[in-house]
Design a protein around this ligand. Structure first.
Ligand code: SAM
Ligand code: SF4
Ligand code: SF4
Length: 338
């Protein structure tokens, strides 16, 4: 099949691809990789089971031919994968890719920010769930204070990268940090995004009672700040954004629990194991690594990916809101990267 024709044949838009380049992490965030499960006896993937950089480049080109314009590199902790700037450099040369982002815990960002920018990275989302050192150490399970992450954030900004800060809010854990995080990010002119704690995977003990909703967070923010809604930048934008009145600084919310947005979801994911997932909460990946390591040519692989996307019926978060999706198999966050 001619690749350009496949693009026309997609039933629904596919704009955004997230690629998890590694399942390992230097943190053990309670809500993602709880230390009691991801311990010394946990078997991480051997390097041969990760997609090679050449394979990631090949599959990214194929996705670009299907309409993908944005790539996001994630993990595990993506900066633990060796020579990541090399991958970014090659991805940035792909026709049709306009935007390359990285989601990171920020610990190694100070070291790599300039190199990543020079390689063609556009933006980073840095995860930081507290301004309080003791609480942050407790959350990340690795006794790492906020210092290296904040240094990473500022180094990325100084290097000319777009920077957003991601804060997962879990009730009983860090809702006391909602205002301190807002103050820090507003002061620095950084966009903070509050992420509702999600039921990804099976290991993080998620309960609906643990979710602090956008509405609750907005009420807290309104006690101190004056906010006005900002218009969405593009179709399918996930964050709902507000602007601090009288400034250009914004704050966003990822409301996948309280206000789901499956109807406009244009995102595919590739797991660290080399599988395509058409939803963050799906347990059934499609083995792209086997396709890439077979003797299929690019057109044949493209056809298969188009078919996977066309058969997609995912609307997990909508179904959660409807009380319908109990007990299904789901992939872990450290394999799929958010
Ligand atoms: N290690 C990198 C980091 O932490 O940014 C990239 C991978 S991490 C899985 C990607 C994003 O998912 C992070 O912003 C993290 O805070 C978020 N995340 C992890 N577990 C989550 C959960 N259960 N609910 C909501 N967000 C979660
Ligand atoms: Fe690691 Fe990121 Fe998960 Fe934290 S959220 S454990 S930093 S992968
Ligand atoms: Fe997309 Fe699945 Fe999230 Fe819905 S639940 S927005 S289909 S990833």
């Amino acid at each position: 099949m001619n690749i350009n024709k496949v693009n026309d044949a997609l039933d629904r838009p596919l704009r955004d691809l997230r690629i998890s380049v590694i399942d390992r992490c230097n943190f053990r965030c309670q809500y993602c990789m709880p230390a009691e499960i991801f311990n010394e006896s946990f078997k991480f993937l051997p390097k041969s089971e990760l997609l090679s950089y050449e394979e990631i480049e090949r599959v990214s080109k194929i996705f670009a031919s299907l309409g993908v314009e944005k790539l996001r590199i994630t993990g595990g902790e993506p900066l633990l994968r060796k020579n990541l700037p090399h991958l970014i450099r090659n991805l940035s040369k792909i026709e049709g890719i306009h935007d390359i982002g990285l989601t990171t815990n920020g610990v190694f960002l100070k070291r790599y920010a300039v190199e990543l920018k020079e390689a063609g990275l556009h933006r980073v989302n840095v995860s930081l769930d507290s301004m309080n050192d003791d609480l942050f150490k407790q959350i990340n399970g690795r006794n790492v204070g906020t210092g290296p992450v904040i240094e990473g954030i500022l180094a990325a900004r100084d290097a000319g990268l777009g920077v957003k800060v991601n804060m997962v809010v879990k009730k009983g854990l860090n809702e006391s940090e909602i205002l301190p995080m807002a103050r820090f990010c507003k002061e620095e002119g950084l966009q903070l995004r509050y992420i509702e704690f999600m039921d990804v995977g099976h290991t993080n003990g998620w309960k609906m009672d643990h979710v602090v909703t956008k509405k609750e967070i907005l009420e807290m923010l309104s006690s101190e700040f004056q906010l006005e809604p900002a218009d969405p930048d593009y179709y399918g934008e996930v964050a709902k954004r507000y602007r601090y009145k009288g400034t250009d600084t914004q704050v966003g919310f990822i409301t996948s629990v309280s206000e789901s947005f499956c109807g406009s979801c244009t995102r595919a994911r590739i797991s660290a194991k080399g599988e395509i997932y058409t939803c963050l909460f799906n347990g059934n990946g499609h083995d792209i690594k086997a396709l890439l390591r077979s003797d299929l040519d690019d057109n044949e692989v493209t056809e298969q990916i188009a078919s996977i996307w066309n058969h997609r019926r995912d609307r997990y978060s909508d179904e959660r809101a409807e009380g319908k999706n109990k007990g299904q198999d789901k992939i872990e966050m450290s394999y799929i990267g958010g």
